[in-house]
Design a protein around this ligand. Sequence first.
Ligand code: AMP
Length: 174
Amino acid sequence: MTIEDLKSTIRDVVDFPSKGIVFKDLTTMIKNGEALQLMSKALGDIYAGKGVTKVVGIESRGFIGGSILAYELGCGFVPARKPGKLPAVTIKKAYAKEYGVDTIELHSDAIGENDVVVIHDDLLATGGTMRACYDLVKSMNPKKIYINFIVELSQLDGRKNLPEDCEVTSLLKY
Ligand code: AMP
């Protein structure tokens, strides 16, 4: 199996969660042991030797690949969560979604100035979710920030909403 073969393990679900959306369902990839292992190694290979100290995973699908990436790199994992879920002191950022506003939170002591951070989510669509998380992580002044996705929906051009000076990688482009 090659990286491109991973695409054949991803299921398209039409009109989910609302009409007109083609949802990329990664559960069919991660239930396949060979595909999960290939995805895990490929994510790790991108950041090997870059001195990454923390992976931030965005709730909730970003927790899966983010934890795997942290394990592969031997570094820590930090959850970026929906409001009211983290138990200690948090910092938060509100951002616009297609309908309405959402908020993302991090523990205020989750990241320090010596950290090299990869922010991971399963999929890049418009980039709004990742941008909010990036701004939050940036406000904690880490040494460096990378951004990573498993899937990128290129036609939506979400990269235009991400900072130009930040290295953005995705495993699979559509
Ligand atoms: P965005 O903020 O527009 O980049 O949306 C990214 C977030 O929404 C990610 O956390 C994805 O899990 C989810 N998402 C958006 N569009 C899709 C899609 N077509 N298939 C699967 N997940 C999606």
